[in-house]
Design a protein around this ligand. Sequence first.
Ligand code: ATP
Length: 267
Amino acid sequence: MGPRASGGIFTLQNAYKSFGESEVLKDLSFCIEAGERVAVIGPSGAGKTTLFRLLSAVLKPTSGQVTTLGRDTRRLRGRALHRLRRDIGVLYQNDNLIPHLRVVHNVLMGRLGDWSLARALVSLFWPQELHRAKAALQQVELAEKLWCMPGELSGGQQQRVAIARLIVQQPRVMLADEPVSQLDIRLGREIIELLCSIATSLGNTLLVNLHTLELLHGNFERVIALRSGQIFWQGPPSAITRELLQELYGAEYRAMHLDDVPLEQRA
Ligand SMILES: Nc1ncnc2c1ncn2[C@@H]1O[C@H](COP(=O)(O)OP(=O)(O)OP(=O)(O)O)[C@@H](O)[C@H]1O
């Protein structure tokens, strides 16, 4: 069965998440279908990263239900949890690469979920499935960096290597948590467009926690706006208004220069 045929990829039903006394996510219910490209936006502290950690089964909900790839994350342990994580590709803001491993080994980390421990160890000396690493690096236009150390690469190139690792992993879903907030707008656009095109070519579901709202248009079909741990709004990027952003971001609106963000408004 192809990944697009499997229906709801993420389903939240009245999901809550608390840390001690502090209720960070409150009564979240929504569904993300296979193949959707969704951006999650909202002010600092709204709960976006916590939501991503619930979806990737790193955290379990305090109450309510989170279903990822058809599995209720609260019930998963051991091998079942490992299998689920193998199907989820994660990209972070930074720290995606292991600094003392060459690019080739970082890319092949994407295969760890499928390899035995012995094969993984052998690969550190004699890279296994080298052709996969080469092909993935070619796809992100970094073929010549195969034997480089991460420290020799720019921030944008490091994110591309992390994307090559995702290509090698072939996950069913990709979660990117602020993947471009360390990059300037031009490089950020390149990385988001690359992620979207790879998600589309793999038939993958993609969720991105995005601070750079200029990058919403043309890349995402749906936007989920979180505020104070709740869904404040959701809809297509073209329906976002200046008033909505002002209300969503409150005091952060000015600091984020959101007045400068072009909106795809139709009169
Ligand atoms: N492990 C934890 N223990 C205690 N509190 C936490 C933990 N993780 C997150 N929080 C709190 O939950 C709230 C939401 O944090 P989260 O990182 O999910 O927000 P965010 O929307 O991703 O913010 P930002 O855009 O600034 O990254 C914050 O108040 C944070 O302090």
